[in-house]
Design a protein around this ligand. Structure first.
Ligand SMILES: [Zn+2]
Length: 80
C-alpha cells in the first residue's frame, strides 16, 4: 500500500469501535482519534496488470501521538 491523500478534514477526536472492540492506539494507548477518509493505491495484479487502483479506507489518527491506523471498513464512532 502506498500512500493516500486525505479527503476530509478531521474534526473533534472521538472514541471508535471496530468488530466490537474499542480502538486503542498501539503506541501511546490513547483512545481518541481523528477520522478521515483516504484513498489507498493498491497494486492488484489479479485484476489488471500494471495498473494501480484506488481503494477507499478510513484512517484514524491518534489525538495524542498522531499514529495513524487504517481500516477498509468504516469504524463505528462511540457516542458519549
Ligand atoms: Zn497514540
Amino acid at each position: 500500500m502506498s500512500i493516500f491523500r486525505p479527503l476530509s478534514d478531521p474534526t473533534e477526536p472521538n472514541h471508535y469501535q471496530v468488530a466490537g472492540v474499542n480502538v486503542i492506539c498501539p503506541h501511546c494507548r490513547a483512545q481518541k482519534f481523528y477520522e478521515s477518509r483516504v484513498q489507498c493505491n493498491i497494486y492488484e495484479s489479479a485484476y489488471a496488470e500494471n495498473e494501480y487502483t484506488g481503494k477507499m479506507a478510513t484512517a484514524l489518527t491518534c489525538s495524542r501521538c498522531t499514529m495513524m491506523l487504517y481500516f477498509s471498513s468504516k469504524p463505528n464512532k462511540v457516542i458519549g
